[in-house]
Design a protein around this ligand. Structure first.
Ligand code: SF4
Ligand code: SF4
Length: 307
């Protein structure tokens, strides 16, 4: 039974070590590619598509007059005249084969994501096990949405359990109940994003309505009462930065006092990655009003304490 799990493979775009914000203790966060949502504020645009994608960092390019290796090796003719210093990728022709990334001496062309087996991922994760035992840390699955690759995500969780590595997971909730409930049985902690309660606004801002998300959250809070669940709301300017928005979410989780609730401030750290993918950042110049955020955070904390 062990072997199929270990050799199950999926697409991972990052393994981040020494994280202290994604669960108990020091954690290794494994980011899986693929997400059913398209949140306008997404800070990991490289996580959204299910397959490896080519990133073009023009600032690193040595200049086509010096090397030109990528253009020579591209069998698809997807690289054109330089723009901002590096050859432009015709995304309609590019097959994301990564031949240019393999040859670029400056890492100006790089892959977002690669295929790995559960064994390879856990071998990397286990290198941090001395930190886990001292801090009660472990592995956290993130994304993207980990459960868009359900067989791989579950193989990672089972393999971690075999190696006695503690597991947490972050989810957007727009996933099958079967996959979510199986994962919940293998987790110590679950981070569940609840962004907007109004289904129409949710669809406008994320591409999907929130019925599956709220159904899944209600069901898991009922069927897994002992699982530590942290519901999180990223506060996005012009989207859900009002008391009414947060009050609607607080109303939804009110019957579940064991749930921890947290607001996260919007940030723009992912903006550059949109440029690397030749995509526009949908949020433009929008900024979060920090005072408004603190006021909302106090409102939420006061509301939960009063229950
Ligand atoms: S990823 Fe492949 S197809 Fe795309 S530009 Fe590079 S070499 Fe060409
Ligand atoms: S191989 Fe790399 S450094 Fe050379 S032109 Fe292409 S992107 Fe620039």
């Amino acid at each position: 039974m062990d072997q199929p799990d270990r050799e199950e493979s999926g697409v991972v775009f990052n393994i981040q070590r020494y994280s202290v914000h994604d669960g108990q203790g020091i954690r290794t966060v494994v980011f899986l590619k693929g997400c059913p949502l398209r949140c306008r504020w997404c800070s990991n645009p490289e996580s959204q598509g299910p397959h490896p994608e080519l990133a073009r960092n023009a600032g690193r390019c040595l200049g086509v007059e010096i090397c030109d290796y990528c253009k020579e090796i591209c069998a698809n003719g997807a690289l054109g005249l330089p723009e901002a210093g590096a050859p432009v990728v015709d995304r309609g022709i590019c097959r994301d084969c990564m031949a240019c990334a393999a040859t670029c001496p400056a890492q100006a062309m790089q892959p977002y994501g690669s295929v790995r087996t559960a064994r390879q991922v856990l071998d990397a994760v286990e290198k941090d096990s001395p930190f886990y035992s001292r801090s009660e840390g472990g592995m956290t699955l993130s994304g993207g949405e980990p459960l868009t690759q359900p067989a791989f995500a579950l193989a990672l969780l089972r393999e971690a359990a075999r190696r006695h590595v503690d597991c947490a997971m972050e989810t957007c909730g727009h996933v099958s109940w079967t996959a979510l409930s199986r994962a919940c049985g293998l987790l110590r902690e679950l981070f569940f994003d609840l962004k907007v309660m109004d289904p129409v606004k949710h669809k406008e801002q994320t591409g999907v309505d929130n019925r599956l998300i709220t159904d899944n959250l209600r069901r898991l809070l009922t069927e897994f009462p002992r699982l530590a669940v942290r519901v999180r709301t990223p506060v996005i300017p012009g989207v859900n930065d009002s008391r009414d928005d947060i009050a609607a979410i607080l109303d939804f989780i009110r019957p579940f006092p064991h749930v921890t609730y947290e607001l996260l401030p919007y940030h723009r750290l992912g903006a550059q990655k949109y440029a690397f993918l030749d995509r526009d950042f949908p949020m433009g110049d929008a900024r979060l009003d920090n005072r408004k955020f603190e006021e909302l955070r106090n409102f939420a904390a006061g509301n939960r304490q009063a229950e």
